[in-house]
Design a protein around this ligand. Structure first.
Ligand code: 5RP
Length: 231
C-alpha cells in the first residue's frame, strides 16, 4: 500500500458526497485526479452533474470522460468543490498552489456552498510553512514586486518549468515560491502583508474555506479531520 492508495482513498470517498443535480467545483492535482476518476465511474451508474474546473488539466480529464464543464461565469452556483492541499493544520488553514492553480481554486472554494479537502496523512501539519508558499505575481513589474516581498524579510525563488523557462500559473502569471526557515507564527498577517503589495495577485494561504477534510491512509481507509473543538 502506497501514498497513491491514500490519495485515491480520499478522492474516492469525497466522490460519495456528490449528489445528482449538483454543480461541482473541480480542484487541481494528483489527489483531485482520483476524485474526478471516481466521478467518471459514478457517471456510468447514472450520476448526472455539471462541473466547473480550476485548471485546464482537470477540465480536460473531466471532459474526456464525458462530464460537462461549465465556464465559471455561466455557473448559477457551485454546490461542492473538492480539492487537494499541500499542507493543512489543525485549524484547517492550508497552503495550496503546488500546481499553480491556487487563485482559481480559491475563487471556486469561496463561491461554493462547501469546499471538501482531500489529503493523505503526509499533508497534516501542526503549523503551516514546511512547504514553500506560492505567491502569484503579475509579470508587469515583477522585479519590483519581488524586491518588496524580499524587503519584508521573505526569501523566495521564481518557479521554473522542467524545461528551464519561467513557470506560468493557470492565469498566465508568475509564481514566486517563498521558503520559510521556520513556520510563520501569524500566517494571516503575512498573507495580508503580501496581498497589499501591488502586483501580488494572491498567496497560496487558504483560511476559513475548508469544510469537511477527508484524510486518506495508505491502507485505503479514510477519516474526516475533526474540528478543533471536537479534539
Ligand atoms: C494545486 C494545488 C493542489 O491541490 C495541491 O498542490 C495538492 O496536490 P496533490 O493532490 O497533487 O498533492 O493546490 O494548485
Amino acid at each position: 500500500m502506497t501514498l497513491e492508495d491514500a490519495k485515491q482513498a480520499s478522492g474516492y470517498k469525497a466522490a460519495e458526497f456528490v449528489e445528482n443535480g449538483m454543480i461541482v467545483g473541480l480542484g487541481t492535482g494528483t489527489t483531485t485526479a482520483y476524485f474526478i476518476q471516481a466521478l467518471l465511474g459514478r457517471m456510468g451508474k447514472g450520476l448526472n452533474i455539471q462541473t466547473v474546473a480550476s485548471s485546464r488539466h482537470s477540465a480536460d480529464q473531466a471532459r474526456k470522460g464525458g462530464l460537462t464543464v461549465l465556464d465559471i461565469n455561466e455557473a448559477p452556483r457551485i454546490d461542492l468543490t473538492v480539492d487537494g492541499a499541500d499542507e493543512i493544520d489543525p485549524q484547517k488553514r492550508m497552503i495550496k498552489g503546488g500546481g499553480g492553480a491556487h487563485v482559481r481554486e480559491k475563487i471556486l472554494a469561496s463561491s461554493s456552498t462547501e469546499m471538501v479537502v482531500i489529503v493523505d496523512e503526509t499533508k497534516l501539519v501542526p503549523q503551516l510553512g514546511h512547504v514553500k508558499l506560492p505567491v502569484e505575481i503579475l509579470f508587469y513589474g515583477s522585479s519590483a514586486t519581488q524586491s518588496k516581498i524580499d524587503a519584508l524579510g521573505y526569501k523566495g525563488a521564481w518557479r521554473m518549468d522542467p524545461s528551464g523557462t519561467l513557470f506560468l500559473s493557470e492565469n498566465g502569471n508568475l509564481i514566486y515560491d517563498i521558503h520559510f526557515p521556520f513556520p510563520p507564527k501569524h500566517p494571516e498577517q503575512l498573507h495580508l502583508q503580501m496581498i497589499q503589495i501591488p502586483g501580488v495577485v494572491d498567496t497560496g494561504f487558504f483560511f476559513r474555506l475548508a469544510g469537511r477534510v477527508v484524510v486518506g491512509r495508505s491502507d485505503g481507509s479514510t477519516y474526516l479531520l475533526k474540528n478543533l473543538n471536537e479534539q
